[in-house]
Design a protein around this ligand. Structure first.
Ligand code: CS2
Length: 489
């Protein structure tokens, strides 16, 4: 095993906090914190991170504090090469479920020194309807924050409260940077924050609309959740026993819309791409990488696989993903050069083959209702309009519905905020699969309305659903999807 050790090159006592982060999970520690570490090492500046968890993982916060906020990131290039990076870019951590810690977090967010608030709260942490992007005003957590603006529990409520305090103190607004896998994540975050603010105080909403920048960003690094087996493997490979360790791939990308009125770290020195418009990067990544991941999550598990790399060993699965990316997604990205898309898809296949990551398909399968609109459905609508092939995407949708039905029948959780609604839909009595698929497609928080009236699409989805119920071979279904060249298959 070839191990490269990269010690931290920063002295945290020399830098103040300039950035508050909400969502102190593994992804944040392996992505934004690593970029900040590199930026601080080259340029210095007061851009350390104060990072908070707002609902879970108290233990991690305590462990980080005990380790003086230093932790290792283990980057696996492949099973023979890895890099161990020491990270010190986090200067404080909060567990904001605790009332006092929440007040400390709000004080830090409201301090003049805080210029940017970044977020990794996952798609569901924005409390938006996944298909329309509208704030879920009836959601209990949202209602709580509307009714108790000074004791917020959601990231949205915290942001609105901190902005209110800044306005009262005559301080300028921080920028809010979403680092979650959502389409136009800056605009979505703005809608969510403005929705919460309007429900509390319309003058505050007006101020936020005028003063707060919500740049969009595309983030990319595969960072699997760590199991006990992973910790053992890391110890065997590196000798590291630190509980706050993070494991990830070597690849890392961050494309950020350059809109930070109070200034920003010199991220470009660490390889961040600062651009005027991230939308094309975002759509490409969501449909190609995340769309493929979700295909693997449902179809791969139905085919008996547990990890991404294991499923990729099957040449039919690999060819199916290649077909999906090149024949179905690429035509929906007309502004990208075909050679670039080809290279990007090949690079993704190689990244998925990294068998050191042990990336569990069950982890990716979580929150499907929140993920699939941007990963599959927006692209599917474009494919339908162009009469282009969408057979692989359709197999994915039928597979997802079948996966939900199986879980509902076996009474196992699918870990999805819409689980109750989805289970009720797939368990209801129907006279045939056409009716079942139609009922599911009428769930408008997930499916765009235009799909509900597309009878030929519903017929194809119903026939795939029947094939899955008959236990037809998934590999045969994947092969047949790869043979289809238009949507009249
Ligand atoms: C994955 C992502 O869990 C999932 O849904 O598709 O977390 C994926 O690994 C990252 O977006 C990669 O950047």
């Amino acid at each position: 095993m070839d191990i490269q050790q990269i010690p931290s090159a920063i002295d945290p006592s020399q830098h103040q906090v300039g950035l508050v982060h909400i969502g102190l999970g593994a992804f944040h520690r392996a992505h934004q914190a690593v970029y900040l570490e590199k930026t601080l090492a080259q340029h210095g500046g007061d851009w350390m991170i104060a990072s908070a968890n707002i609902r879970s993982n108290y233990q991690l916060v305590e462990q980080l504090k005990a380790a003086n906020y230093s932790y290792p990131v283990v980057e696996y290039t492949d099973s023979q090469h890895l890099v161990v990076r020491e990270i010190k870019a986090i200067k404080q951590a909060f567990f904001a479920k605790d009332q006092q810690e929440r007040q400390r977090l709000l004080a830090q967010m409201s301090a003049a020194s805080t210029k940017i608030v970044t977020l990794t709260v996952t798609e569901k942490g924005y409390y938006l309807s996944p298909s329309s992007g509208d704030l879920l005003l009836e959601n209990p957590a949202v209602l709580h924050d509307i009714q108790h603006p000074d004791d917020p529990k959601t990231a949205l409520g915290l942001i609105v409260n901190a902005l209110k305090q800044r306005r009262a103190q005559g301080l300028p607004a921080f920028a809010v940077l979403s680092c979650d896998n959502m389409p136009h994540n800056g605009i979505r975050t703005k809608n969510a924050v403005l929705g919460m603010a309007s429900a509390q105080d319309s003058s505050l909403a007006t101020w936020i609309e005028a003063e707060v920048a919500f740049p969009s960003s595309m983030v990319d690094r595969i960072v699997p959740a760590l199991s006990a087996d992973d910790l053992q493997k890391i110890e065997a490979d590196t000798g590291i026993t630190t509980p706050t360790v993070v494991k990830c791939e070597a690849f890392c990308q961050w494309v950020v819309e350059d809109n930070f009125p109070l200034g920003r770290p010199q991220w470009e020195s660490a390889g961040v791409q600062m651009v005027q418009d991230v939308s094309i990067y975002e759509t490409m990544k969501l449909r190609m990488l995340n769309g493929s991941h979700s295909l693997l999550a449902y179809l791969g598990q139905l085919a008996g696989y547990q990890t991404v790399a294991h499923a990729m060993e099957n040449t039919t699965v690999r060819a199916f993903l290649e077909h999906y990316m090149q024949q179905e997604v690429a035509p929906t990205l007309p502004t990208c050069k075909p050679q670039e898309l080809m290279a990007y898809s090949q690079q993704l296949l190689t990244r998925f083959e990294n068998d050191s990551l042990q990336h569990q398909l069950s982890q990716i399968a979580m929150d499907g209702s929140q993920k699939l609109p941007q990963r599959w459905l927006s692209g599917l609508i474009e494919q339908q309009q162009k009469q282009a092939s969408s057979a692989a995407t359709e197999l994915g949708i039928a597979g997802w519905l079948f996966y939900i039905q199986q879980a509902a029948q076996q009474k196992t959780s699918i870990n999805d905020p819409l689980e109750a609604e989805l289970f009720a839909l797939v368990l209801a009595q129907y006279s045939n699969s056409f009716e079942l698929v139609s009922a599911c497609l009428a769930q408008q928080d997930v499916f765009p309305p235009i799909m509900m009236t597309n009878r030929s699409l519903i017929t194809r989805l119903a026939s795939l659903f029947d094939a899955l119920q008959r236990k037809e071979s998934l590999l045969d279904l994947m092969q047949s999807a790869c043979r289809s060249t238009n949507n009249n298959h």
